[in-house]
Design a protein around this ligand. Sequence first.
Ligand SMILES: [Zn+2]
Length: 207
Amino acid sequence: MPLRSLVSIVAPPLCVSCGASAGSAEPLCARCRAELRWLPPDPAPYGWAPLAYEGGARALVRALKFRGAVGLAATMAAQIAATAPDELLDGFTLVPVPIHPARLRRRGYNQAEWLALELGERRGCPVSVCLERVGSEASQVGLNRIERIDSIQQTIRVRDGYEAPERVVVVDDVITTGATIDACLGALFAAGCELAGGLAYARTLGR
Ligand SMILES: [Zn+2]
């Protein structure tokens, strides 16, 4: 019997967001799924995302990022794949937003890379991990918005030995200010990329 079936007999799956019994293999219960706030297909300035960063979508992002729940990437990528406009993905290479090497060592994985790989598999897009984060892992606490954008732009670049693909969609788990995706686009264009956009699983609203 697969491990997953054994686990579900011992402990019925609980909703990642509210803790209620999810009642199935879904990470969210029916109520939290019904309350997901789907966004219109037109992209925001820094990229497209299917969901608002709140409720169940926020819980999934946080569980993927902080609780090692990498299996959630499949569910999240399926939701992106089912809703992403064709013109956003067809003919594009997916490039995950890089995380700092020290953070990668602590966490053991890059959540954006998991999402990109799962999404690429579903929509037939190649994935390139051509970006890296360099410099010290300094906290951005205390920096104002402009300083934060400057600071992040200096830390993302195309890896030695990699080329920037011609058409790229930068993939992240969540878009907040857009500064991170913007920094990725800057590095890609500087390295010869011709057309690029961004997407994430969720986006904060009202900014
Ligand atoms: Zn729930």
